[in-house]
Design a protein around this ligand. Structure first.
Ligand code: FAD
Length: 459
């Protein structure tokens, strides 16, 4: 009988696994169950739909089940939730959410690509109308409609509170500010971008503060949300506490972006082991501890390129890769995961904010004797519009090996972080950076590139 692959979850990782499995084998039967109705979408584009930079939500969800059937002969069944797995019998129990009917399907190989859910903090009023998290196209449509219909509801949305200043919170802050709202960002930590070093994200703090204040908003650090107030017309405000004092912020819209947790209930029920991060433990081929069960994307752990230790950094870039690797491995291909550095970038108003590998804080926590390399150089000559690019790299003092880097600037942070990520992946030490043969024209770079300067810091 042909190989039968069942995949649970149909966004980045699940669809990548399906597509790669099909490229490797014409005969396999491939079914994807998705409880939502949107599939294969760009979650990363959602803030820009809310802000209007992306006009049409369909641009973010270009593929539907008919496309997958025609292109890959993959059956994507939306509105179908997998509610149980029997790994001994190799079956899944599926509920058709439209009819409530439950049925059993069999598999030879099962892929868990169930992703994450947004954390809803246990604060009074968190369930009020007008309080949203940003995870799916449904969320993004609802937020945009909430704003655009607000005049006719009689309570125009003019003030928004964004809870959490990680990258999604800041993208939403930028986009809501662009819509003309007064946005107040509330963050419990003492700096934005909690996964970056505070000395670097201080620049982001300043950028956010400057832009939101122009519209009457603010950035409140070291501040906790104590409750959300609402009446029949939806949310009216947010209570916060900082420096022991209580304050009330007016808000007709609240965005909660305080993190995500992996959807592991199905895995736990099936006896699939979780790793130390709380996501599903997998090997380099994306196999779990249970035979014929694989896990990919945000629900699965990865491992660190430098240390080999398990890490969990849920990103679309990694999710796509993991899906492809599992799809290849289960159809006899050679692909193996080589780990991650957690490389990421976000635009925050006029700044590109990027990081790869360890921050200084993380490197110290991992026990390294850390050398810190700082430089601020224009990304291009000032005569062609160059602007300051701040690079902070960390290296292992004992060996000189680069451990990580952060880059912030109005332009050029993207290119430098990718060069640094590449160098770190191949084990470069600090001095190696100076010797890289990088492209130069004054329209793009300086004769000695900012990356070269990082490599010159110790000599
Ligand atoms: P998910 O996207 O979480 O999809 C999992 C799917 O599984 C869901 O549709 C869910 O309904 C379904 N599912 C779960 N359980 C079941 C079940 N029992 N039965 C049936 N279906 C089930 N990443 C980047 O790299 N760069 C970015 O700039 C970036 N920006 C982002 C911005 C926003 C606003 C958001 C929300 C995310 C962003 N990401 C970004 C992260 C990226 O979107 C995720 O890493 C990616 O979507 C993960 O894909 P996934 O397939 O693993 O999981």
């Amino acid at each position: 009988a042909p190989l039968k692959i069942v995949i649970v979850g149909s966004v980045a990782a699940g669809t990548s696994a399906a597509a790669k499995a099909r490229r490797n084998t014409e005969t396999a039967r491939i079914t994807v169950y998705e409880r939502d109705h949107d599939i294969s979408y760009s979650g990363c584009g959602l803030p820009y739909f809310v802000g209007g930079e992306v006009a049409d939500i369909d641009d973010l969800t270009p593929r539907d089940p008919a496309w997958f059937k025609a292109r890959y002969d993959v059956d994507v069944r939306t509105g179908h939730e997998v509610v149980a797995v029997d790994t001994a019998a190799r079956t899944v129990t599926v509920r058709d959410l439209a009819t409530g009917r439950t049925f059993v399907d069999t598999y030879d190989e099962l892929v868990l690509a169930t992703g994450v859910r947004a954390v809803v903090p246990p604060i009074p009023g968190a369930g009020s109308t007008g309080v949203f998290s940003v995870r799916t196209p449904t969320d993004a449509r609802a937020i945009r409609a909430w704003i655009e219909d607000s005049e006719s509801r009689g309570r125009p949305v003019r003030h928004a509170v964004v809870v959490g200043a990680g990258y999604i919170g800041l993208e939403m802050t930028e986009q809501l500010t662009a819509r003309g709202l007064a946005v107040t960002v509330v963050e419990a930590a003492d700096h934005t971008m909690p996964r970056m070093d505070a000395d670097m994200s201080a620049r982001v703090d300043a950028e956010v503060r400057r832009h939101v204040r122009e519209r009457g908003g603010d950035l409140l650090l070291s501040t906790k949300v104590t409750g959300i107030t609402a009446d029949d017309g939806g949310v009216t405000g947010v209570g916060v506490a900082r420096e022991q004092a209580a304050e009330h912020l007016d808000a007709e819209l609240v965005i909660v972006s305080v993190g995500v947790r992996p959807h592991v209930n199905l895995a736990e029920q099936a006896g699939v082991e979780l790793g130390p991060t709380g996501a599903i433990a997998v090997d380099r081929r994306m196999r779990t501890n249970v035979e014929h069960v694989w896990a990919v994307g945000d629900v699965a752990e990865s491992f660190h390129v430098i240390t080999g230790e398990p890490v969990w950094v849920p990103l679309g870039s990694t999710a796509n890769k993991m899906g492809r690797i599992a799809g290849d491995a289960m159809t006899g291909g050679p692909l193996e995961h080589r780990g991650i550095l957690g490389t990421s970038i976000v635009r925050v108003f006029d700044l590109g904010v990027a990081q790869t590998g360890f921050t200084e804080t993380q490197a110290r926590a991992a026990g390294y004797d850390v050398e810190v390399l700082h430089n601020i150089k224009p990304d291009r000559p000032e005569y062609l519009g160059g602007t300051p690019l701040v690079i902070k790299a960390v290296a292992d003092r004992a060996t000189g090996r680069l451990l990580g880097a952060q880059a912030i600037g109005a332009s050029g942070a993207d290119k430098r972080i990718d060069v640094l990520a590449t160098a770190i992946t191949y084990g470069a030490d600090v001095a190696d950076l100076f010797h890289l043969d990088l492209a130069y024209s004054p329209t793009y770079a300086t004769t000695k590139d900012p990356v070269h300067y990082t490599g010159m810091a110790l000599t």
